[in-house]
Design a protein around this ligand. Sequence first.
Ligand code: HPA
Length: 276
Amino acid sequence: MENRTIEFYRKSADYILERIPEKPEIAMILGSCLGSLSEEITNQIVIDYKDIPNFLVSTVKSHAGKLIFGKLGGKNVVCMSGRFHYYEGYEFEELSIPIRVFKLLGANKVILTNAAGAINKSFKVGDLMIINDHIKLTGASPVRGKNIEELGDRFFDVSDMYTKELRDIAWKCVNKLEQQYRTHDGVYFYSVGPQFETPAEIRAMRILGGDAVGMSTVTEAITAAHCNMKVLGISLMTNMAAGVLPQKLSAEEVDVAAENAAERFKELIREIVKEI
Ligand code: HPA
């Protein structure tokens, strides 16, 4: 494993800083279900991942692979259109790159959204879950390797990783928009994928305290916590997790549920960006 220094990330950040008029305050990494929110960003400056030195490149051809800078809800934001997952073949340590670059650009808050399978049987497809914690039992930490002191301490606390401050704001917005009947608090269980889980894995995850399962978000949240960024994570239940219902899981089911919930989910994120 390569041991990177702060200069590695600065190279990406400096390239971007030369091209944007104002530094972003909030970074957003939106799951496939929410990508279209980026279309609402005004005063857009779009930078292709492939043009940014040391940045990651999308493996999925159809994926946008762009950073979108501009204004949303009166705030300067940067939105990643197309995120990176371990199952695509990246190392865990590589997955730290986007968040560290956002930090060097000046962002101190990050909003992470994802599609997830509902482990908690009281949840329904289309419900949202404000992540209050996560469980990651597989794979390495994204901040493994020589510590970068300029970003954070070697050993760091993660007991408020999904910060209460941002969760409280999210709940205020949920209540204001009267989405409280379709929104929960809960624990996100990380699964490396790309296969969905087995029913036995889901039963184990439920016993361990997971409410929803998904293949993203936690590497980004851990990296953000290391460099002292505030994290808000929200999951959309696109399916009941494996074995909950007597049927097979499919990517189509996930896409349909995501499309159906997109407007409501976007309304909430818009409101949250305005309020934080
Ligand atoms: N498991 C893992 N990831 C997912 C799921 C699931 O059931 N649904 C959407 N993303």
